[in-house]
Design a protein around this ligand. Structure first.
Ligand SMILES: [Zn+2]
Length: 103
């Protein structure tokens, strides 16, 4: 698993060209230590199309987004990734505590 460390929009666009690339990245992060079923705790399953996992014990199919920050996002996951990227790389956000929280 390669963690994204890009610092500009060109790096972001190259790493995450579409929703599928974002889901693949999220799935790699979520199951980097192996699959654990959210319903029954079983650790044996198989990957399904669309970056999902199928539990062999209870037949639960879990998406990469389930149980993550992106679970109930109503717009595209790439847009959500971009919002977080902008929040974590923006110098305006980093400078905000100096403007809004006088000590
Ligand atoms: Zn299960």
């Amino acid at each position: 698993m390669h963690l994204f460390t890009g610092q500009n929009i060109l790096d972001f666009s190259k790493a995450f060209p579409d929703d599928d690339a974002c889901l693949a990245y999220l799935a790699d992060l979520k199951w980097r230590d192996g699959f654990v079923c959210k319903k029954c705790g079983h650790t044996s399953g198989c990957k399904k199309a669309g970056h999902k996992y199928h539990c062999y014990k209870c037949n639960h199919v879990e998406t990469a987004k389930a149980g993550t920050l992106f679970h109930r996002v109503r717009f595209g996951i790439r847009k959500a990734f971009l919002i977080i990227f902008e929040m974590t790389t923006s110098t305006l956000i980093l400078a905000m505590p100096f403007f809004c929280c006088p000590t």
